[in-house]
Design a protein around this ligand. Structure first.
Ligand SMILES: [Fe+2]
Ligand SMILES: [Fe+2]
Length: 245
């Protein structure tokens, strides 16, 4: 039996639906910052939890990556990245995968939108190319399940992006290209260890990763933000988020 054609809503019904959706929008308080703003600058977490803005400690004159973890990256992102990296370490992943997991969401502190691309660019001068490539592409891959690799579409994204969310065409294109790339597996493993259901009792610390950072991250001697690299200003924006211009 062929399915019955769906009845088209009348113009009255359409007008009612429009009015209802406008009323719903009006009932919500206007957000104090756009959704993509970096967590260091306020706004809400990707899940919508408001960020508490506190005075920030001064940074050392020559800041290291570890200084950024301790003094600038917001607790929400630090816990998330430490849990991802701890999971990768526990499961015996190669050191580059552990480091990629440890750094994959650093840009969320600066800007949430396109955070994989921003993070890859911030890191490019300082990490092996496969690591920044993997971090760039985790952004597209996380929208596409790969059950063979152990990755299902996260339930959390249904909450964040809504039911039936379709990523932008540029994200789909990036995913298609990444699938054919020799480092696909490295980017895919970031999504596999990108944990959303945290055990609140698990204690995580940066300590187990300080040696890996020392081996694989090229810390500039002038300090991040002051080495004249093409991305130094991104690190400085995290050092001085209260500067008005
Ligand atoms: Fe991410
Ligand atoms: Fe993540």
């Amino acid at each position: 039996m062929s399915p019955r054609p769906e009845r088209k809503p009348s113009s009255d019904e359409r007008a009612d639906a429009l009015e209802e959706s406008l009323m719903k929008q009006l009932a919500k308080p206007a957000p104090s910052a756009r959704r993509g703003v970096g967590l260091l600058f306020g706004g809400v977490t990707p899940s919508g939890v408001p960020i508490e803005i506190k005075p920030l400690p001064a940074m050392p004159a020559k800041p290291t990556l570890v200084d950024f973890f301790r003094l600038r990256f917001m607790p929400h992102t630090v816990t998330h990245m430490l849990q991802s990296a701890s999971d990768a370490l526990k499961k015996g992943e190669p050191e580059d995968t552990v480091l990629a997991c440890l750094l994959h969401d650093i840009a969320i502190n600066l800007l949430k939108v396109d955070h994989g691309y921003w993070a890859a660019q911030m890191l490019e001068p300082y990490v092996p190319e496969n690591i920044s490539w993997a971090i760039r592409h985790h952004q597209a891959l996380r929208f596409f399940a790969d059950p063979q690799a152990g990755y299902e579409y996260p339930q959390r994204y249904v909450q964040i992006f809504g039911e039936g969310y379709q990523p932008e065409p540029y994200i789909k294109a990036a995913y298609e290209q990444a699938r054919k790339h020799k480092w696909y597996g490295e980017a895919r493993m970031i999504t596999v260890h990108d944990l959303y259901a945290f055990d609140p009792d698990t204690k995580v610390s940066l300590d187990p990763f300080v040696d890996i950072i020392g081996r694989r991250f090229k810390q500039p001697k002038e300090g991040l933000g002051f080495d004249g690299s093409p991305v130094a200003h991104m690190w400085r924006s995290l050092i001085y988020p209260d500067n008005p211009l």
